[in-house]
Design a protein around this ligand. Structure first.
Ligand code: 6LW
Length: 563
């Protein structure tokens, strides 16, 4: 029976989805921005089932992002395979917000094995933030990149260029040649080149990563052009498709299967609508991607030397026919962490620097992670915070925490974190009367809040016992709800429901927000006294049925489609 792939294939991951195939193995590299380790690699044998196989930038000497701003850091990894090894190009964006020019030094790293170890980064210029490596049949290698032009009156997205990469010398060579200046949709970026049947196909992202996003294709017999546009221009886009659950579709690349079928993986977002606002604007433009940008896949057919969506149009499908490959499910990867292993679960990410024994150790108390309290959640430095992507619109995360705060400056607990201005957290602390307390706090667009309850302290509960306490957060698409329990069975809600949409790419008036929301554990000691918290039994549980392979008869209403 034909299997279907239900999009997105990688919920809640920040793709700049360059998918490749090596033999019977498919790999996708996704962006990680200010989160460490950098660049996640997922692996599939059937384009349906994916598993996390590891990360690329795992060492501080590969990338140091201390102090980086929200959503800066590692952008647009482009994965390729040639000469018996894997190559990844990426940019390290330092200043995406404000200022005319962007400093986005680009690098290439290589590895014999997809699981690493990966090399130290080799610089490949900084003309733009979307470098990719094209390996031509004649053995020459070319860096294809977008151009950021900061001059007043100039198109910021200047042009797509190619420049040769001298692998012997490990550096760029020759001149940088402009090959495509984009269409009227603008924001021409994310270039990658596919060579097929004597044509060079230049695939770019246009329209920007929001509601006008698109995949543009053009081709030439020569690498340096001239390039002719696809008859459809935009092979994929969700523009003006108000009811399509996959919005923001753009920035993609093509991959073939061993039996010659073709697919296009792409970036998309599933908008959640603000439950506290009534919008009279176009529906598709009033949604909020609380899971950030995700990875989708579409089936492609080739006709007249051009790639076309199998559906004949350019609208992304919520589910597409799976390839004619043997299903290859993977052993379940734990979504949580019981902290009984020698290392942390690979799902965990930290902010701007790696987790280190000095503040995060499994060796202090068996079955627990001991975290030393450091900076407060809005700091861009020394965050004692472990978090993982929220991948589902309906999910529950919980932790058992043993913490003995001595003052209001000591706090630890469970956090839903978008960036250092937008987060909700359930903290245990100690008030001025010496009572141990549990309380919901929030930061929305940098404004601190203590939601619910009356008076100064918002909704605060006093905790009589000094025993470990269970903390929980539940996401039901548009709402977060915190709760706590002494025994892990009987739960008490605390604080009001919290609107999920402020923690999203679209909330507020800033652009270049990409990361989606994370859920995790944190410890702060703003008195710098070094107090610690012990965490155990972190659980992450999907509550909807956002399955990856919807059977043909599955009614989409059954899927956890975003309302
Ligand atoms: C990526 C660029 C983009 O470099 O987002 O919206 C950046 N466009 O193509 C980060 O993923």
């Amino acid at each position: 029976m034909t299997q279907f792939i239900q999009n997105p294939i990688l919920p809640g991951f920040n793709p700049d989805p360059s998918v490749i195939r090596v033999g019977e193995d498919f790999y996708i590299a996704t962006s990680t921005f200010e989160w460490f380790p950098g660049i996640r690699i997922h692996h599939s044998r059937d384009l349906v089932n994916w598993r996390l196989v590891g990360h690329v930038l795992t060492r501080r000497d590969q990338i140091d992002m201390r102090g980086f701003n929200n959503s800066d850091g590692v952008w647009a990894p482009a994965l390729s395979h040639a000469d018996g090894k894997f190559w990844i190009t990426f940019s390290c964006t330092h200043n995406s917000r404000g200022g005319a020019w962007m400093s986005t030094p680009c690098y290439v790293v290589t590895a014999e094995d997809i699981a690493g170890p990966w090399s130290d980064p080799t610089p490949i210029g900084g003309s733009g933030f979307d470098p990719a490596l094209f390996h031509d049949d004649d053995g020459r290698k070319w860096v294809v990149n977008m151009t950021w032009d900061g001059r007043a009156g100039y198109n910021n997205f200047g042009s797509i260029t190619v420049q040769e990469f001298d692998t012997e010398k490990g550096r760029l060579a020759g001149e940088r040649i402009g090959i495509f200046s984009g269409t009227e949709l603008g924001c021409t970026e994310g270039p990658q080149i596919l060579k097929k049947d004597g044509f060079y196909y230049l695939v770019t992202a246009e329209g920007g990563t929001e509601w006008n996003h698109a995949v543009t294709v053009c081709r030439s017999r020569s690498l340096t052009g001239p390039y002719e546009l696809h008859p459809q221009k935009y092979v994929l886009s969700s523009r003006f498709q108000e009811e399509n659950p996959l919005q923001r579709a753009g920035h993609g690349f093509f991959v073939d299967t061993p039996s010659g079928e073709w697919y296009l993986t792409h970036l998309c977002g599933r908008p959640v609508y603000d439950p506290e606002a009534y919008s009279y604007g176009p529906r598709y433009a009033t949604g909020f991607s609380i899971l950030g940008r995700e990875t989708g896949i579409q089936k492609i057919l080739w006709r007249d030397g051009w790639p076309w969506l199998a559906n004949g149009g350019n609208a992304p499908e919520f589910r597409v026919a799976a390839p004619d490959l043997a299903p290859h499910p993977w052993p379940e990867q734990s979504a949580g962490d019981d902290f009984t292993g020698d290392t942390l679960s690979p799902q965990w990410q930290t902010l701007r620097e790696p987790a280190e024994e000095t503040w995060c150790t499994l060796n202090a108390k068996p079955g627990s992670l001991r975290m030393k309290g450091r900076h407060y959640l809005s700091s861009r430095f020394d965050q004692s915070l472990l978090a993982r992507r929220i991948e589902h619109h309906k999910m529950r995360a919980e932790i058992l925490m043993d913490f003995h705060p001595e003052s209001p400056m000591h706090m630890a607990g469970l956090v839903v974190y978008y960036d250092n201005s937008n987060y909700y957290f359930l903290k245990i602390s100690r008030d001025d009367n010496g009572d141990k307390t549990v309380q919901v706090c929030a930061s929305v667009a940098g404004e601190y809040r203590e939601p619910g309850g009356s008076g100064q302290a918002g909704d605060t509960a006093r905790i009589e016992s000094d025993a470990p306490l269970y903390l929980r957060v539940t996401l039901d698409t548009q709402w977060y709800q915190f709760s706590y329990s002494a025994d892990g069975r009987h739960w008490a809600n605390i604080g009001p429901r919290l609107n999920s949409t402020p923690l999203s790419d679209e909330y507020g008036n800033l652009i270049f927000k990409f990361t989606g929301s994370m859920v995790g554990i944190f410890a702060c000691d703003v008195s710098e006294g070094g107090i610690h918290a012990d965490f155990a039994h972190f659980k992450y549980q999907p509550l909807g049925n956002e399955s990856k392979t919807a059977q043909p008869n599955q009614d989409l209403a059954q899927a956890d489609a975003v309302q």
